[in-house]
Design a protein around this ligand. Structure first.
Ligand code: PLP
Length: 413
């Protein structure tokens, strides 16, 4: 391709059309700022969908990656490696878990969790204990199993026959959960805060009730912390904030700060149902990803950082509430730590993406979570000046949206 100009048009020519990316093509990034191929600068309040929790180009992560790249990139599963052993030790020391399985993504970590839950139930109670209970609007990844466990029918349409033995019930509905969880239940999979589903935090009593019902029926409680984990919610994992300990926990996104890695954490008792050969991955736990993730955990897992996440939460929520009030734009601002959602008011229903597109034109990158929710998932280290500037640019975007009145000609993507 040589000097060919790479643009959104090139994407349409050569990429499978499953994405509709922004016309902005990022070129370089540092901390909470991104520059595109035209040299325009943006404040990044999306963090690559809750991934770059330590910002872009963090010097210590670069050092960890470069140092490992100079040693060894890859070994087969016939060998272990130093970075992955160090990382597993850190995760075990910092959480409820005794054992870790590594994958390359959130979906793969969840796939491992669901397969382990099925196998553990089969080994312990026989073939009739297979049912997986999940929640409407949940999101667990795009493999056929994880997308079937996810609670958004639009993502499974046309991909059948789907894996069976999966049931969906309303989120935050304790009575529905008590009715659904039974002797047949193998596992309950839940996001402590539904991310893709609209940034909806679980109620405390709801997670406690799930924990109790799972205990009662010998079902495993799986927390999908792919989006909520690694400091995002003001603790290393959100389960710590809720005071509810799962049997299996999955982590990805921020774990590698952009280097692909996923992890499934569990107890020794449950892990024994994954004996040699029961599951695997060529790249899972590879030295490069493990080296980066080890440094991420070191940098994130400090009380000072968690306190700062909570302080910044308040700053963002107040800023969004002010913008909401100024333009009658938002019905509600909610979330946990630096995973924040602003629900569009009735008069702006379905127009979250328009606001994001106007944000880009005003030099700020943010996310949606469905058609009605603007989602922020910035770097946990975002400087206060960038919070102020990012909110000011969102305010300008909100003003532009309010001026249009009716749905504007801004192209949604
Ligand atoms: C993003 C996400 C996933 C999927 O992770 P991938 O790395 O895209 O496979 C799964 N669960 C939750 C809660 C997520 O937010």
């Amino acid at each position: 391709m040589g000097a060919t100009h790479l643009s959104r048009t090139t994407f349409d020519e050569v990429m499978a059309p499953v994405y509709a990316p922004s016309s902005i093509v990022p070129h370089k990034a540092l901390a909470s700022r991104i520059w595109d191929t035209q040299g325009r600068a943006y404040i990044d309040l999306g963090g690559g969908i809750a991934v770059t929790a330590l910002g872009h180009s963090h010097p210590e992560l670069l050092r960890a990656l470069h140092a490992q790249a100079d040693k060894v990139w890859h070994v087969s599963n016939g060998f272990t490696n130093e970075p992955v052993l160090r990382l597993a030790h850190k995760l075990v020391d910092a959480t409820f878990a005794d054992k870790v399985f590594f994958a390359n993504s959130g979906a793969e970590a969840n796939e491992a969790a669901l397969k382990l839950a099925r196998r553990a139930a089969y080994d312990r109670f026989g073939a009739d204990k297979y049912e997986i209970i999940s929640f409407n609007q949940s999101f667990h990844g795009r493999t056929l199993f994880t997308v079937s466990v996810g609670g958004q029918p639009k993502y499974t349409q046309g991909f059948g026959p789907l894996p069976g033995g999966i049931r969906h019930i309303p989120y935050n509905d304790i009575e529905a959960a008590r009715r659904a969880i039974s002797a047949r239940t193998c596992a309950v999979m839940v996001e402590p805060v539904q991310g893709e589903g609209g940034v909806i935090p679980a109620q405390r009593e709801f997670l406690h009730a799930l924990r109790a019902a799972c205990h009662q029926h010998h079902a495993l409680l799986i927390f999908d912390e792919v989006q909520t984990g690694v400091g995002r919610c003001g603790a290393l994992y959100a389960y710590m904030e809720y005071g509810v300990t799962p049997d299996i926990l999955t982590s990805a996104k921020a774990l590698g700060n952009g280097f692909p890695i996923g992890a499934m954490l569990t107890t020794a008792d449950i892990a024994q149902h994954f004996p040699v050969g029961a599951h695997g991955s060529t790249y899972g736990g590879n030295p490069l990803g493990a080296a980066v993730a080890g440094k991420v955990v070191d940098l994130v897992n400090t009380p000072a950082l968690f306190a700062d996440v909570k302080r910044k939460h308040t700053r963002f929520v107040e800023g969004l509430q002010q913008i909401g009030a100024r333009y009658s734009l938002f019905k509600e601002v909610r979330g946990m730590g630096l995973l924040i959602g602003a629900q569009m008011a009735q008069a702006f229903k379905g127009r979250a993406q328009e606001l994001i597109t106007l944000g880009e034109q005003n030099g700020v990158l943010a996310l949606v979570a469905g058609p009605d929710v603007v989602r922020l998932a910035p770097s946990l280290l975002i400087p206060d000046t960038d919070i102020g500037e990012g909110l000011a640019r969102l305010d300008a975007a909100a003003a532009a949206l309010a001026r249009t009145g009716t749905p504007s000609s801004v192209q949604a993507h």
